[in-house]
Design a protein around this ligand. Structure first.
Ligand code: ADP
Ligand code: MG
Length: 237
C-alpha cells in the first residue's frame, strides 16, 4: 500500500545551506495494517507525514502509494491522488467552522464530483458509524473536542481512502475521550479492514497498533510489534 525507499527530505534554509530532516527512510505498510510512527518532537514526524500524504515531495528516494509512483506524478495529479487515496485526521480537527458536521463530511465528496443526494446519504451513514447520529446538524463550535474528532474521522472516510493518515489525533483530548477515538480507529481497522497510519509522540499510544516504526532524528531506528492484541485480551478478560 505504501512503500518508501531511501527517502530524504531537505529544506533550503538560505544559501548555501540545506538542512536535511529525513536521512534515508525505508518502510512499507501493507493493505489492512494498523501501523504507528512514533518519535519525539522534532524527529521529523510531520515532515514524513507530509510526504506520506503527498502534501510534499521527497528530495530524494522513491515513494509508491497504492501503486502510484509519487515522484513521477505531476503536481495537479498529486492533489487528485490525495483526495482519492488518503483520509487525513489532524490533532486540530481542521473542520470548517461555519458549516454543519454533515456538510463538513460532504465536502470531500463534493470535490470528488458525487451527486448531492448521494453524498448526503453517505455523510449521514459515516456520521452514524462514528456515533454522531444526533449531532449532524451542529456546527463544530457546538461540539466537544471528541465530537469534532469523530466528525473529522467521518470526513476522512468520505471518499473510501486507501489509507487513513492520523497525526496526533488524540493529542488535544483528555485520555478518556482519546480512548474513544482510538476505539473508532480499531473498529474501522477490524470491521472494514482499513489501512491506518497513526503518527504520535506517545510510545504508550503506539502500543495500541499492530506495528510500531520508531523515528529518531530523521532516521528509523527500529520496528517492533505493538501490543494491541494483548491490550484487547486484557480488556476482554
Ligand atoms: P515532528 O513532527 O516530529 O515534531 P518535524 O517534522 O515538524 O518534527 O520537524 C523536524 C525538523 O525539521 C525540525 O528540526 C524542524 O525545525 C525542521 N523543519 C521542519 N519543517 C521545516 C521547514 N519547512 N524548513 C526548515 N526546517 C524545517
Ligand atoms: Mg509534528
Amino acid at each position: 500500500m505504501l512503500d518508501l525507499r531511501n527517502i530524504h527530505k531537505s529544506f533550503f534554509i538560505g544559501t548555501p545551506n540545506e538542512f536535511e530532516v529525513l536521512h534515508g527512510v525505508n518502510f512499507n505498510v501493507k493493505e489492512g495494517e494498523f501501523v504507528s510512527i512514533v518519535g519525539q518532537s522534532g524527529s521529523g514526524k510531520s515532515t514524513l507525514m507530509n510526504i506520506i500524504g503527498a502534501l510534499d515531495r521527497p528530495t530524494d528516494g522513491e515513494y509508491t502509494l497504492d501503486g502510484v509512483d509519487i515522484q513521477k506524478a505531476k503536481d495537479h495529479e498529486l492533489s487528485i491522488l490525495r483526495n482519492k487515496k488518503i483520509g487525513f485526521v489532524f490533532q486540530t480537527y481542521n473542520l470548517i467552522a461555519r458549516t454543519s458536521a454533515l456538510k463538513n463530511v460532504e465536502l470531500p465528496m463534493m470535490y470528488a464530483g458525487m451527486s448531492k443526494g448521494e453524498r448526503a446519504d453517505k455523510a449521514r451513514f459515516l456520521l452514524e458509524e462514528v456515533g454522531m447520529k444526533d449531532r449532524m446538524m451542529h456546527k463544530p463550535d457546538e461540539l466537544s473536542g471528541g465530537q469534532k474528532q469523530r466528525v473529522a474521522i467521518a470526513r476522512a472516510m468520505a471518499n473510501d481512502p486507501a489509507i487513513i493518515l492520523a497525526d496526533e489525533p488524540t493529542g488535544a483530548l483528555d485520555s478518556a475521550t482519546g480512548r474513544l477515538i482510538m476505539d473508532i480507529f480499531h473498529k474501522l481497522h477490524e470491521e472494514q479492514g482499513k489501512t491506518i497510519v497513526l503518527i504520535t509522540h506517545s510510545p504508550e499510544l503506539s502500543q495500541e497498533t499492530e506495528r510500531i516504526i520508531t523515528l529518531k532524528d530523521g532516521s528509523i531506528i527500529g520496528e517492533s510489534a505493538g501490543n494491541w492484541q494483548g491490550l484487547k485480551a486484557k480488556e476482554d478478560a
